[in-house]
Design a protein around this ligand. Structure first.
Ligand code: HEM
Length: 427
């Protein structure tokens, strides 16, 4: 058994790419600074590969100065994320590591993602039925309708278009609004609020916007109470009102997290998937030629280019001494970070991990949607939105291409996720 180890050398790797993706937040400099610079075109940080070979469990310093153990091997990351008994997610503890100046999203104890044990289970039981595969199948026609409307607009405006602004951001926003029984024209302000809530920048600049977002959430719940329907919002409000199964604060937080997760992650997933397919256009053409391959391609697309980047990692704290599969010891009380992208690009598990392969065997979980009790409740919805979108894009614009060279696209990390501010396309 080995103790967790720090890197021996004091050098930033030579192959570290220019910080194209880290352009909106002042990340600290230094050999153990974390998050590491991404590779070219927001690919996983080259430093993950070096550490995987030399020091798979090592201490790194977060932007706010706190230290955590960084895991980079699939086996270690899976062991931690799936072990809810010995690793807790509770970032409201006083010794929690701070990642960014604003980490309201990571620390708010009323958010389901920050809960543990029975409290967490109670909320998961409430939202679980809203996202079953059967219910998601029921939403497919609505998703297809919104996709069709947006593609009509895009086609009418003509080539070139910005797939991000004209489509990828609008689809999940419009779907959330319809799931919440609200008119489409709330979309722009909803996007602005979500972006502010997820911003890693100084909180005071965002205060006014957050107050507006909270008021919208309260008003939305109130409207559902006055005029109940069958939308997702009505199920959540029912669960709250019937026998106090959810507190006021929990209801508000649940609405806020479903809105934010629904909007931010899906826009990102669509843009990254289209980017991966058009970067090596034969992948796009293979799927255009044989659409039956599409459902199986979605998870591989997200593995190659995980939505949100995932190179920061999900924090967990050891509740007892644990020996990881790599042999490293994590002591009780130590915080670890588990970047999903490092797991999804571990060449021991996914050979030639940068390659998108339609025939890649499903040998191990990608963990793109997490693992263990916090596993994404909306996985089926997320996959359905991406699949319906890609299929409709291929029907409508089989000759779709990027309008700029892939290496010239800017990436932004102003939120918890690294995303594409724009994706110019032609057809
Ligand atoms: C491609 C899109 C998406 C990806 C890659 C994704 C990924 C993830 C991951 C990795 C987690 C686990 C976090 C952890 O273990 O700490 C998670 C949790 C969560 N996701 Fe998603 N997600 C996506 C879409 C969505 C959508 C569309 C919604 C809502 C409509 C959603 C709602 C949630 C919620 C509420 C949680 C917290 C669950 C809990 O802590 O028990 N996600 N997601």
């Amino acid at each position: 058994m080995t103790e967790s180890i720090a890197p021996e050398t004091d050098t930033t790797p030579d192959d570290a790419a220019p910080e194209t993706a880290r352009n909106s937040f002042p990340f600290p400099q230094g050999p153990d600074r974390f998050p590491f610079p991404d590779g070219p075109m927001a690919s996983p940080p080259p430093e993950f590969g070096r550490r995987r070979a030399q020091c798979p469990v090592s201490e790194v310093t977060l932007p706010m100065g706190d230290k955590v153990l960084l895991l980079v091997k699939h086996a270690d990351i899976h062991a931690v994320m799936s072990d809810d008994a010995r690793f807790t997610r509770d970032l409201s503890q006083p010794d929690r590591p701070r990642l960014f100046p604003n980490q309201e999203v990571l620390e708010d104890p009323t958010l389901v993602m920050n809960m543990n044990g029975d409290e967490h289970l109670r909320l998961r039981r409430i939202i679980g039925p809203a996202f079953t595969p059967r219910r998601v199948e029921g939403w497919r026609p609505e998703i297809a309708q919104i996709v069709g409307e947006l593609l009509d607009d895009m086609e009418a405006a003509g080539s070139p278009a910005d797939l991000m602004a004209d489509f990828a951001n609008k689809l999940p926003t419009r779907l959330v609004l319809r799931q919440f029984g609200l008119p489409d024209d709330d979309g722009a302000r909803l996007q602005r609020w979500v972006s502010a809530w997820l911003s890693v920048a100084a909180p005071e600049e965002m205060d006014a916007i957050r107050v507006e977002f909270s008021q919208w959430v309260v008003d939305t719940a109130e409207r559902s109470r006055r005029d109940p329907g069958t939308a997702l919002i009505d199920r959540l409000v029912d669960a709250h009102d019937e026998g106090d199964r959810m507190s006021d604060a929990e209801l508000e937080s649940m609405i806020r997290s479903i809105v934010a997760a629904g909007i931010e992650s899906i826009g990102n997933a669509i843009a990254r998937s289209v980017f991966t397919l058009l970067r090596d256009v034969e992948h796009w053409e293979a799927l255009v030629a044989d659409r039956s391959l599409l459902p199986g391609a979605i998870e591989e697309l997200m593995r190659v280019n995980p939505p949100g980047g995932g190179s920061v990692g999900l924090m967990r704290k050891a509740t007892e001494d644990v020996v990881l599969p790599s042999g490293a010891l994590v002591r009780a009380g130590q915080w670890v970070t588990t970047p999903v992208v490092a797991a999804a690009h571990d060449p021991e598990v996914f050979p030639e991990p940068e390659e998108f392969r339609l025939d890649r065997p499903k040998t191990a979980p990608t963990m793109i949607f997490g693992a263990g009790r916090h596993f994404c409740p909306a996985v089926h919805l997320a996959k359905a939105e991406v699949e319906v979108t890609l299929s409709a894009l291929m029907d409508r614009f089989p000759g779709l291409r990027m309008a700029v060279a892939p290496q010239d696209l800017p990436w932004s990390n102003s939120n918890f996720t690294v995303g594409l501010p724009g994706l110019p396309v032609t057809w």
